[in-house]
Design a protein around this ligand. Sequence first.
Ligand code: TYM
Length: 326
Amino acid sequence: MKSPLFSGIQPTGTIHIGNYCGAIRNWVRLLDTYDGIFCIVDYHALTVAHDVSTTRQRVVDAARVNIAAGLDPEKCVLFVQSRVPEHTELAWILNTVTPMGDLSRMTQFKEKSKQHEDNINAGLFSYPVLQAADILLYKAGAVPVGEDQIQHIELTREVARKFNARFGEVFPEPAHLVPKEGARILGLDGKAKMSKSLGNYVGLLESPEETWKKLAPAVTDENRKRRSDPGNPEICNLYSLHRNFSDDETIATVDRECRVAGIGCVDCKKMLHRSLSATLEPIRERASALEATPGKVEEILDHGAKQAKARAERTMEEVRRAIGVR
Ligand code: TYM
């Protein structure tokens, strides 16, 4: 039997190439080895400002992009968090074994509290507990994520340990799996992590024209002021994108020619644009094919929710017995 693997993505904003390199591409690679369970975490998204009128569509769009990027629903379970209420039930129980001190040290909580000063709600604070519930509900041993989520998976291990110590061995301690390349993609500003909320991203479904508009002004090695200045690929964000999207030959060419000013930044960007298009084009095509088949994504999500719920119910039976309420 394959061992369970869980991961999730929020349906807020545009899914971008950072999400793809740090998470989705890795999920797809792991489909044959693991029993994959993937979740669109709509209840997590409630912790920040929330547009009710677009929510349903954003959830379906997030699922569609993931499927188009290679998350084959024949090979894994794909579902929406709010359709399996056991997630919030388990989160409540886990709240009672999670130290407040640990939650207050979470980097994501500190960052989001700064970004949303007018709305620092209890949900934002206990966000990682719901994330722990997502993972532990399926007794997942592996959680593929980008670097920014490692701290939450470490906390999940702590929560599992605390629960097991208090109520008996129920949960395995999950390991995080981060990709060797692409665990932390920087935005095109070259400064902050690529993020839906910072507007420094390339969307997974963007057209070649839109992608070029963003790449053309992107920040490169700032010491390269003139075309004739040699550059240093190791400190250039575009080079790290090449390492994620280009073939070995292109990567070697950029590495060599940048250092001797054999190519300029515009040449380098054009090469990157070609590599990006080669990855994004098939994803865009599959996404529009899915859009042209109304109801298809909803059908996949309905089926996924049934599969996930059956498994979640089994764990909750065990949890309720362990804590003595049944
Ligand atoms: P979210 O929606 O912010 O991001 C989804 C995945 O994409 C990764 N990621 C990145 N990787 C590399 N470079 C970047 N710039 C970048 N930006 C995002 C994230 O690390 C993540 O793996 N809390 C989670 C969602 C979640 C979850 C879970 C994940 C809820 N429950 C259970 C794993 C297991 C989040 O906000 O991801």
